[in-house]
Each structure stands twice: as structure tokens, then as C-alpha cells.
Design a protein around this ligand. Sequence first.
Ligand code: ATP
Length: 286
Amino acid sequence: MKLQMEHLTMTYPTGKKALQDMSLTLSSPQMIGLLGPNGAGKSTLMKLLTAALLPTQGSIFVDARPLAKSEGALKAQLGYLPQDFGLYEELTVTQFLDYMAALKGIRAPKAEIRRVLSDTNLTPQRRARIRTLSGGQRQRVGIAQALLGSPQLLILDEPTVGLDPEERIHFRNLFAQEAKDKLVLLSTHIIEDVQSVCDRLIVIHGGELLFDGRPEQLVARAQGHVGVFQGYPPQGISCEVTAQVNTAGGILCRAVAEKLPETVQKVEPTLEDAYVYLVGKEGKRP
Ligand SMILES: Nc1ncnc2c1ncn2[C@@H]1O[C@H](COP(=O)(O)OP(=O)(O)OP(=O)(O)O)[C@@H](O)[C@H]1O
């Protein structure tokens, strides 16, 4: 599957320009992490790709056909977890998945529901009413409905929100497994979610594309811009602290900056440092 976005612009009726002239091509199999600060335009991009919104300018092609002409075909291959999805509070988990399976036209729903319940560790809750579930369990129901029918395209808007660290690792591995033969696009604020599993990262900020490439290419951009300060960085140095630790010798701060003082010990950037460096630099742009 190939999704092409050409010069996509989305301006909401309020006048807010949420995406500006975005051109990207996504092809399967691949797991792509979509990163960006709050309000960057990640959900807007995902809504455009799932035809939940129409762009004000630009075009989307699905396997070289315009999205407007292939919407039915796209939806048949799509598993989508929106950021705010409505759950039917009075249904049990199985009833809800059964309903979603019917909407998706899945032929043997029972076996498929059993599979997604097991993949999302929800088998023990299968008979629980949705209103009785915890936040993390509700999120897993959302993921389960996206996985129904093994769609070729998975679009997951912040799938790990509300999940505990153990569950996050489980889902990270599950999505990576799915991406072996599918196209998986997931948005997140959590760098660890994309660190070891995504082949490709797309970073957007203020509706514009800041970076598109492999994680190690993003890391390379921050080389020479990450240092460790003994104590807090002195006043007057424009930098962003990405970590701090208490040691026997006092506090050590890890910070990224466009220009570090000569005396600071430079260290290898992590992906998180590189992301903070990229987004911070953009935020300071006049
Ligand atoms: N329906 C809407 N009407 C007007 N403006 C909107 C609408 N939806 C989103 N926006 C604005 O568009 C911009 C991009 O929003 P979007 O939800 O796509 O960002 P995001 O990257 O997903 O943010 P977050 O990480 O906080 O979920 C924001 O400034 C937001 O306030």
C-alpha cells in the first residue's frame, strides 16, 4: 500500500492553519512514528489520511488513485484509532467489538474478536461493561477495534496514552510485529515508543514538516549539541535540560543547545536529545 500526500494544507473554519504544504509518501511495510509537540498537526494529518477531514488544499493518493475515488477501498483496509473515540458505555467489550466487526464487514467475527482480545490482553475483561473499565483498559479496547480484520493500514493516534510501562512495551512490540507486512503510522509524545521500533520518523511542528528520516539520522543532527553540566547550566546559556541526576558529587544536567560552552563535556545524543534539539531550535526561530 502506498499513501501519497501532495502539498496538503488544512485550514480549519476558525482560520487556524493546522497543516501547511505537507508532501509525504508512506509505503508498506513500514512502521512510522509521527512526532511533534501539542498542536503540531499530528491528529489533523491522521484525520486527513483516513478521510475523516477534507484538506483545504492539496491531494492524497492511495495506491496512485485519488482518495476521493478510493475512499471505500481505503476504509476496507484501514484500522484507525482516533484520539477521541466514542465507546458504547453500556455494551460489554465483546459486544462492542462484535458491533465494530459488523461495521467492518468481518465474516468470522468470533475468532477475530478472540484474537484481538488476546493481543490486547483484554480476555479477562471480555464480559465487562465498558463503563466499568479503567482508562488503560478503554484505550486497549480502542486498539483492539483498530486491529480487527488485520487491516493493511493502521493509523494510531497516541495509542499508548493511559497505558502503564509494561503495557507500552507490549504494544510497541505488537505494532512492530504488525508492521512486518503492513503500514503502521503512530503518533506519540513518548520517544521510547518509537525509539527501537520505527524505521522512519516524521516530525512536524506548527503544521510544517521538520524532519523525515531514520531515527539515527535525527540523532546525527544533534551531534555536538548535547553536553553534561556539573550542576545547573549557568544563567545566560540558552539551552534545554533533557535530564538531571543526583550523584554523590552533586547534580549533573544533560542539556541540548545550539552552542555549548567549550568547557562542557560533550556526549553522544540520544533520540530524545535530538528531538528536543530539533523542536527547540524551531521554536526559537524568529
Ligand atoms: N476542529 C478544529 N477547529 C479549529 N482548530 C482546530 C481543530 N482541530 C484542531 N485544531 C487546531 O489545529 C492545530 C493542530 O491540532 P492537532 O490536533 O492536529 O494537533 P496535534 O499535533 O494532534 O496535537 P496534540 O499532540 O495536542 O494532540 C492546533 O492548533 C489545534 O488547536
